[in-house]
Design a protein around this ligand. Structure first.
Ligand code: WTA
Length: 651
C-alpha cells in the first residue's frame, strides 16, 4: 500500500469563502441537499438536470445496480449541443468560450500566439469539422483518435465528434508511436486527427511522423486529418492524408447535432491499471454531462463571464472534464496553454494569469510545489487579483503546500477546492463546496451529491466512523464509467469484484471524526508521477523487452518534486555484463514503448527479486526498501529473504 505521510488532521478549520449570490453558502444547505440526493435520488436528479438541453427527457434517473447501473435512460441529448449551442440559444453567442495562448514569445517577451473564440465562433468551427468528419464516413458510435497538441483544434475535434455522436479517443501528444498504435488499434479508429507538430520548450515536437510510424503497423486507419500548426514539412500518403484547412474549405454541409441516447458512449480514455496494457475507460453521454456541468458550478462556482484556467492537458481526464466540457457546459470561458509552463521561465504562469484574468485556477500539487520552490517574489510581482478560487487534483496536497497556495496565490482568502476523483469517475466526487464547506488543509473533505464513499478493510468489511482502509463508492453516481472498451470482464473484475461492497477506487483513505476524507494514496500498483497515472506492468513489459534483461520489477516511491517516482529493479541475464549499455537500452525501451513520462528516477541492478513461494514478486518490499532503506515488515512469505537485502549491488 502506498501511503504518503500526511499529518494528523490539522485542527485549523478555515471558514468557507463568502460566495456570490446564488451560490450555496451555508454548510447546512450542503448537508440538506446531500441527504436529499440519497433519500430520493429520482426526485433530486430530476430537478438537477433541468438546466441541460434534452431532445427528450429521461424516463428514469437511475436504473440497475453495480456495473449495470445506467443513468437517465431513455433521455436524448447531445454533449456538444449543451456545451455550445445551448448558450447561443440563450443569447450568449458573443460570450468568450475559449482563449488559447502558445508558449513562443517575441523579443519583448510577449506571446506570439493568442486566439480567442466566442461561443458562436467555436460552434461554427465545430459544426464545420463535424461536416468534414461526416464526409469521411464517421457516424454515431464510430471511434476517432485525436493526437493533437494543446491548440483550439483539440477541443474543436472533441466537440465535433460529440456533435456527431462519434466517440473521441484523445491520445497524449507526448506518447510514442507504439503507445499511440495500441490506442488506435484497441479503439478500432478508422479516422485519426493530428497535426504536423506542436511546441514544447521552444522546440517542435513532431506528431505526424510519429503517427506515420504507428500506421506502418496497421491498415485499420483509412483517413488522417492533419492540422497545419508548426509549418514543418511532413510526408504524405495520398488518398489517406488530408489537410484540415483544405477539407474545411471544401465542406459545405453542417450536420445537425445527433440526438443520442443518454448512455451512448461519448469518449474513450486509456488509463493505467495494475495489470496489462492501459484500458479504455468508456464514458457515456448524459451522466457524464450532468456531473461535469453541475460540478463546474458547485465545485468551481463557474458562471457565464468567468474565465477558468485548468492547467491539465485535455488528453487526460482532468483536461477533458475541466479544461473542455466543464467550463463550456457552465457557459464560462476556458483558457488553454500550449507548451511548457516554465517557458521561457517560471514567471510565465503569473503573466498568463495577469493577462487573461482567470477567476479559477485548477492545478496539481506537483505544479504548486514547483512554484513554491521558485519563491514568493514572482507571484507577488504580478496582478493575481482576478483569482477567486483555487483548486487541486491528482495527488494528496500536503497542508504546507495548501497553505502556501492559499496565502501567496490566493492572497489568503481564496478557498482551496481539493477535488478527489479519477478517470473512471468522469467528474469530481469528493470536494468542498467553496462557499459552504469549512476547509481542512490536506483533506478533500466531503462527497458530492449522490456520492457515497465507504472505507473497508482488505476483506471488504466496512469501517464505520474514524479509520482508514480501501476507498470504495457504495452507490452508482451519474458520471461513472460505462465499462472498459472491448473488455467487459476486466471491468467487472477490476472494479466490482476486487473489493466487496462497491466500486473499487484503488485508493486508500482515512475518515476523521468529522467524516472528512483524507486520501492517502494508491492501494494497487498504479504510480502517480507528476499527476500522470502509470502502471507498473506497462513499464516492466518495456524493460523485459530488452534482451539483456532477465527479470524486472517496478515500484513507486515518494518524491518531493513529482509526488511519486518510478524505481526499477532489474536482474540482468548472466551473460549480460555491461550495466551501462543495459541502462541505455532500458531507458530507450521505456521511452519508445510507454513514453518519456515513465522514465525511472533510478534503475537498480540486483541479483534477484523478492518473491513469495508462489513466485509472485513482492513489490511492497521493494517499495519499503527504496523508501526507508530497510525492510521491517513481515518477510515470512518470502521465498529467499536474503535475495533482496544481500543482493543489491550498486548500479
Ligand atoms: C489520485 C485524475 C489525492 C488518486 C482526476 C486517484 C488524488 C488517481 C486526488 C486518479 C486528490 C486524484 N487527492 N489523490 N484530490 N485526485 N487523486 O485517473 O490516487 O489520472 O485514484 O484522475 O489520482 O488519477 P486519474
Amino acid at each position: 500500500m502506498t501511503t504518503q505521510a500526511l499529518p494528523i488532521p490539522s485542527t485549523l478549520i478555515v471558514p468557507p469563502a463568502i460566495g456570490r449570490p446564488g451560490a450555496i453558502s451555508r454548510f447546512e444547505d450542503y448537508q440538506r441537499l446531500y441527504q436529499a440526493s440519497l433519500v430520493d435520488p429520482e426526485r433530486f436528479w430530476r430537478e438537477q438536470i433541468q438546466g441541460f438541453h434534452w431532445f427528450q427527457l429521461p424516463k428514469r434517473m437511475l436504473m440497475g445496480e453495480g456495473p449495470e447501473a445506467r443513468w437517465f435512460s431513455g433521455g436524448r441529448t447531445n454533449l456538444a449541443y449543451n456545451a455550445l449551442q445551448r448558450h447561443i440559444d440563450q443569447g450568449r453567442g458573443e460570450h468568450l468560450a475559449l482563449i488559447w495562448e502558445s508558449e513562443a514569445v517575441n523579443d519583448r517577451q510577449e506571446p506570439v500566439h493568442i486566439r480567442r473564440y466566442t461561443y458562436r465562433q467555436l460552434r461554427d468551427e465545430v459544426a464545420q469539422l463535424a461536416g468534414v468528419l461526416a464526409r469521411l464516413g464517421v457516424q454515431a458510435g464510430d471511434r476517432v483518435t485525436v493526437y493533437l497538441p494543446i491548440v483550439p483544434e483539440l477541443p474543436i475535434a472533441m466537440l465535433a465528434c460529440a456533435w456527431l455522436g462519434a466517440v473521441h479517443n484523445v491520445v497524449f501528444a507526448g506518447f510514442p508511436a507504439l503507445a499511440l498504435l495500441d490506442r488506435i488499434e484497441d479503439s478500432g479508429s478508422r479516422v485519426v486527427i493530428t497535426a504536423d507538430g506542436g511546441w514544447r520548450n521552444g522546440k517542435e515536437v513532431p506528431l505526424k511522423p510519429v503517427l506515420d510510424e504507428a500506421l506502418t503497423r496497421t491498415d485499420l486507419v483509412k483517413n488522417v486529418v492533419v492540422l497545419r500548426h508548426t509549418q514543418t514539412p511532413v510526408s504524405w500518403v495520398p488518398e489517406r492524408d488530408f489537410w484540415w484547412h483544405e477539407l474545411v474549405a471544401a465542406n459545405h454541409s453542417q450536420p445537425v447535432p445527433a440526438e443520442v441516447e443518454s448512455n451512448h458512449p461519448s469518449f474513450l480514455m486509456y488509463t493505467s491499471g495494475s495489470t496489462g496494457k492501459p484500458k479504455g475507460v468508456v464514458h457515456g453521454t448524459a451522466g457524464y454531462m450532468v456531473q461535469t456541468g453541475l460540478t463546474a458550478q458547485y465545485a468551481f462556482d463557474l458562471r457565464p463571464g468567468d474565465v477558468s484556467w485548468c492547467t491539465a492537458d485535455p488528453a487526460w481526464i482532468t483536461g477533458h472534464t475541466y479544461t473542455v466540457y466543464g467550463p463550456l457546459l457552465a457557459g464560462a470561458s476556458t483558457l488553454i496553454y500550449e507548451g511548457v509552463l516554465a517557458f521561457p521561465d517560471w514567471e510565465r504562469v503569473w503573466k498568463i494569469i495577469a493577462r487573461h484574468q482567470p477567476r479559477v485556477l485548477y492545478t496539481t500539487p506537483a505544479l504548486i510545489r514547483a512554484w513554491m520552490r521558485q519563491g514568493e517574489a514572482a507571484p507577488r510581482r504580478h496582478d493575481l487579483a482576478s483569482l477567486r478560487l483555487l483548486a487541486s487534483v491528482g495527488e494528496p496536497i500536503n497542508p504546507a503546500v495548501w497553505q502556501w497556495f492559499r496565502d501567496v496565490v490566493g492572497r489568503g482568502t481564496a478557498p482551496i477546492v481539493d477535488t478527489w476523483w479519477q478517470t473512471e469517475a468522469g467528474a469530481a466526487m469528493i470536494f468542498p463546496l467553496p462557499h459552504a464547506t469549512p476547509l481542512k488543509p490536506g483533506s478533500a473533505t466531503l462527497p458530492f451529491f449522490g456520492v457515497v464513499p465507504g472505507i473497508v478493510d482488505p476483506n471488504g468489511v466496512a469501517i464505520h466512523g474514524e479509520g482508514s482502509g480501501q476507498l470504495i463508492i457504495q452507490r452508482p453516481w451519474p458520471g461513472m464509467l460505462l465499462g472498459i472498451w472491448n473488455n467487459p470482464r476486466r471491468y467487472v473484475e477490476t472494479y466490482w469484484q476486487a473489493v466487496p461492497g462497491g466500486f473499487n477506487t484503488g485508493d486508500t483513505a482515512r475518515r476523521d471524526a468529522d467524516s472528512y476524507l483524507w486520501i492517502l494514496g494508491r492501494a494497487d500498483d498504479v504510480i502517480k508521477v507528476n499527476g500522470h497515472r502509470l502502471g507498473t506492468a506497462e513499464i516492466e513489459n518495456a524493460i523485459i523487452s530488452v534482451s539483456a534483461v532477465a527479470e524486472s520489477a517496478v515500484a513507486g516511491v515518494p518524491d518531493e518534486t513529482t509526488g511519486e517516482a518510478v524505481l526499477a529493479f532489474v536482474v540482468l541475464k548472466p551473460e549480460a555484463q555491461d550495466q551501462g549499455a543495459a541502462r541505455e537500452a532500458i531507458l530507450r525501451a521505456i521511452e519508445t514503448q510507454v513514453g518519456k513520462i515513465a522514465r525511472p528516477r533510478e534503475i537498480k541492478f540486483v541479483d534477484s527479486l523478492p518473491k513469495n513461494r508462489g513466485g509472485k514478486i513482492l513489490r511492497r518490499l521493494l517499495r519499503e526498501l527504496a523508501t526507508t532503506g530497510q525492510i521491517k515488515s513481515d518477510v515470512s512469505t518470502l521465498d529467499d529473504s536474503t535475495a533482496l537485502l544481500g543482493g543489491t549491488k550498486p548500479a
